[in-house]
Design a protein around this ligand. Sequence first.
Ligand code: CA2
Length: 147
Amino acid sequence: MTSILILNGPNLNLLGTRQPDVYGRTTLSDIEAMCRAKAAAMSVALAFAQSNSEGAMVDMIHAAKGTHDGIILNAGAYTHTSIALMDAVSSVELPVVELHLSNIHAREEFRHTSYIARVAVGVICGFGAHGYELALEAMAAHLEASA
Ligand code: CA2
């Protein structure tokens, strides 16, 4: 069975509790439940994780090799700063879909740069929590096409 890791970065554990104008009222637990339902309907195994620590995220990306077939990565603010996460993605040679709730290109200039995009199969942003379902579909289609 195809297995996908959804990895969420810093501050995403606060979703639904602050800045609802930017990030909506859906909590990360709500998103996880939605993703689990979607993955079950697609007959895909799913792991869902969140960390506020860059190093822990690097470790989880390394551990995905041999365990999961692809990674959906909302790296939060590390998207715009982390060469370490970019290198981790390159090193595991697993397909990565970069994901953001907000449209990072319609926001501050510093959010327009993504180190992850350089090593990702593709990027989904601006669709809020629904983007997680879109990313699952995109990853499953990518894995099927490259099988
Ligand atoms: O839009 C996204 O998904 C982001 O990855 C979210 C990050 C941001 O730094 C990226 O540029 C785009 C921030 C996540 C912060 O989440 C919060 C949730 C509630 C309250 C405060 C922050």
